[in-house]
Design a protein around this ligand. Structure first.
Ligand SMILES: [Zn+2]
Length: 297
C-alpha cells in the first residue's frame, strides 16, 4: 500500500513537471510573455532567475523586425548576452574556487531589507520570508505564488505603480516571490532534461534566487507584451522605472554592462527593494549592489 502511494506520488510529480514544461513550450509563440520561470524551465540557463535566462530568451524573443530601430542596441544587447553567457562560464570557473555551492556564504540575516543574495551568497536552507502578502497592483502571472512580496516591499510596489500610472505608465507585476521548493523544482527539472552538470552550471540553485527573499518583483507592461526583455528598458515605462524606482525604494538590480560584477545580464525589469534611502544612494552613486556593499572581489 505504501508503495502504491509513493508510486502515485511520483506520477503526480512527473505530471506536474511535464505540465510545466508543456506550459513553457506552448508559450514559445508568445515567448515575449515568458516570465523568467518559464525560461528557467525551458532553457536551463541560468538562474537566479532571470538573468541570463532572459538574456537568452531575448535572443529568440525580440524579433528583429519588431525592433528595427533598435537593432543597433539589440546588437549591443546580443553582445551583452554573449557576455552573460560567458559570464555563466566564468561563474563556473569561479566556482572552481568557490566550487560547489556548499562554499557559498549563508547570509546572516535573511529578513533584513538589505540582504544581498547572489551566486556567492545564499539564503539559509528552507528560508521562507515573513509577512508575505499580495500587493494591490495589476498582475500578469502564471502562478499565484509569484504575486507575493514581503509587506513593506509590497506597499512600496503599490506606491511605485501608482506613481508610474500618474506619469502615464501602466506597470504590471509579472513575477515576485519564488519559494525554495519552486526553485528546487525548476532546478530538478533542469537536471532531468540536461543532466546535473549542465544544470549546476546554468541553473540557479535553491537559496540563491533573489526572488526567494520576497523583496523582488519583475515588472513589465502590456505594451511590452508583458515580456521580461532587455527591450523593456528602452520603452517609456522602462525608462521611467529606471529614473524613479529608487524614489520608492527599488533598485534595478542587474544594470546594463555590469554582469561581470552582478553575475547576471541586464535586467531592466527586475526590481529589488532595499528601502528608499539605500536605493537612492545606490541610484545616485551609479553603483551595483555588490559595489555598494563592498562585495566585489
Ligand atoms: Zn527577476
Amino acid at each position: 500500500m505504501k508503495r502504491l502511494i509513493s508510486i502515485l506520488g511520483m506520477v503526480c510529480i512527473l505530471v506536474i513537471i511535464s505540465a510545466c514544461q508543456n506550459d513553457t513550450e506552448t508559450k514559445i509563440g508568445q515567448e515575449a510573455l515568458n516570465t523568467e520561470e518559464s525560461l528557467e524551465e525551458k532553457s536551463s540557463i541560468d538562474v537566479q532567475d532571470d538573468n541570463e535566462n532572459e538574456s537568452t530568451e531575448n535572443d529568440g524573443t525580440e524579433p528583429d523586425d519588431s525592433n528595427s530601430n533598435e537593432s543597433e542596441s539589440n546588437d549591443q544587447e546580443s553582445n551583452n548576452t554573449s557576455e552573460s553567457d560567458e559570464q555563466g562560464t566564468n561563474d563556473s570557473n569561479n566556482s572552481n574556487e568557490t566550487t560547489n555551492e556548499n562554499d557559498a556564504v549563508v547570509v546572516d540575516d535573511p529578513t533584513a531589507m538589505d540582504v544581498v543574495v547572489n551566486k556567492d551568497r545564499k539564503l539559509p536552507e528552507g528560508y521562507e520570508p515573513p509577512d508575505l502578502t499580495v500587493p494591490d497592483v495589476e498582475f500578469h502571472v502564471v502562478a499565484e505564488e509569484r504575486k507575493y512580496m514581503r509587506a513593506e516591499s509590497a506597499n512600496a510596489l503599490e506606491s511605485l505603480f501608482q506613481a508610474a500610472s500618474e506619469a502615464g505608465h501602466q506597470l504590471v507585476g509579472i513575477s515576485g516571490y519564488r519559494s525554495q521548493q519552486t526553485q528546487a523544482a525548476v532546478f530538478a527539472s533542469n537536471v532531468e532534461r540536461n543532466g546535473r552538470e549542465h544544470a549546476l552550471q546554468y541553473s540557479a540553485q535553491p537559496g540563491h534566487s533573489e526572488h526567494q527573499t520576497g523583496l523582488t518583483m519583475d515588472v513589465s507592461t502590456a505594451s511590452n507584451d508583458y515580456a521580461l526583455t532587455e527591450s523593456f528598458g528602452q520603452t517609456p515605462a522602462g525608462q521611467w522605472v529606471a529614473d524613479h524606482a529608487h524614489e520608492h525604494g527599488f533598485v534595478i538590480r542587474y544594470p546594463k554592462g555590469k554582469s561581470h560584477i552582478t553575475g547576471y545580464g541586464y535586467e531592466p525589469w527586475h526590481l529589488r527593494y532595499f528601502g528608499e534611502s539605500i536605493a537612492t544612494e545606490i541610484y545616485e552613486a551609479g553603483l551595483t549592489v555588490e559595489e555598494y556593499y563592498g562585495l566585489v572581489e
